[in-house]
Write a protein that binds this ligand. Sequence first.
Ligand code: SIN
Length: 511
Amino acid sequence: MSMDVHHLAGRPVIIGGGIAGLMTALHLAPEPVLLLSRSPLGADASSTWAQGGLAASLGGDDDPELHLADTLAAGDGLCNRDMASLILNAAPGAIERLAGFGVRFDRMPDGTLRLGLEAAHSRRRIVHADGDGSGREVMRALVAAVRSTPTIEVVEGNEARRLAVDDGRIAGVLASSPTGPVFFATGRIILATGGIGGLFLDSTNPLGSCGQGLTLAARAGATLADLEFIQFHPTALDGSERPMTLISEAVRGEGATLVDETGRRFLDGVQGAELAPRDVLARAVWNHLANGHRVFLDVWERPGPAFARQFPTIASACSKAGIDPAHDLIPVRPAQHYHMGGVAVDGLGRTSVAGLWACGEVASTGLHGANRLASNSLTEAVVCARWVAESVAGTPPRRTKQAIASDCPPLDPAAVRPLLSRALGVVRDGEGLVAAARALLPLAERNGAASDPAAVGLMIAVAASRRRESRGAHYRMDFPYHATVARRSEITLEAALAAARELEPVLEGVP
Ligand code: SIN
């Protein structure tokens, strides 16, 4: 098949059209940039689905130090404190910038921002837009701003499949388009591809979020960090729909309680109860389900009659599922929701490969540690997009050489989903992780539709098997305690493949 080659005359390429990608493009203006998106802008981005908003210390009783303390506590010893402090101090300014791009945040009658509460936050500091439609409203405003910025060229319907590296530096990106393979020659690429929910059977993310950015970076030789830390949201609507509908933590923030089929509040022994950190609550719900119970959210008393007005998206999803929250309990279960791990980046979003940056969920800045504090991720994407854009703008374009031609079959994660769901869920053990790594290895080594998703799954399985402790969202039944020293983890694709090929020596200690 012939390949179109586009020389971009030094323009950088942003891969991904969620909040991180759009904000990076807007911050780069007036520098010309090309934004590559596999779907029409906003259509398939998990940003659009975000119900929770953006966390920022804006209340009179709040400050960035308190926000930092909550973030570090939720992160269970693994946050990069300096990075977290920088990001959280910049959070209020990020809200202002979004408002400047036309985002209509929810406000009090006096015009000040309405601040919501979510789990593990010691203060009301979540800024919402359109109730539980925050992501949709932010995306509406940013897509409009991008479309009206003449220096941003948007190319939709193109899925990035491989990065070209020449002499250790980025040289371009190969994408599949409806008319065949296309190569964009550039020395500067920003990954903003989102997360990995599409690799799980139960997830609140769009099905197309299959960790493409992780594969792109890993196949280009980049280092990835903290991949074993995957966040499961405790309250996804337990129905037949996939992806699952999120029942926002803000609902519990407004007083909803968790009960079982007998009507009993079963979180008695859990510190913080409904507002405990997400990893703690996801495990409590998971264990209660594993013990044969069902779990429900009770919104009758609180938020009560205000529920449908405050949470219109959730109310409409419940209604579609035949549930009337005014009279029925809402059935919930944990579902994959967010990836704390990602491509390792420094404070400017630079990866270990020259000419490659990462921003948003695909990146691992160290803010989230072992367990992300609710609503810190959109904030991180907006804050870091600015720093990434400044770094890209300050890196001179360079002439790139030859295009790569590569045969990339269409992506299909179907074979990978059951493997990851079984081994890398809320509760893990060494035996399951080894079994997953064994099953993923041949898929990752083959050039088939499952090989890119399997490569991501394999890196996660190896990272999880190496972490022989329980911390944050990574809970191992065979190692239920914290290790004495908290260490972030790093991995490359090459190292994961080598480890999986020699399972016994590398994964030693596994029963
Ligand atoms: C939620 O609304 O519960 C999710 C917020 C988030 O994931 O940050």
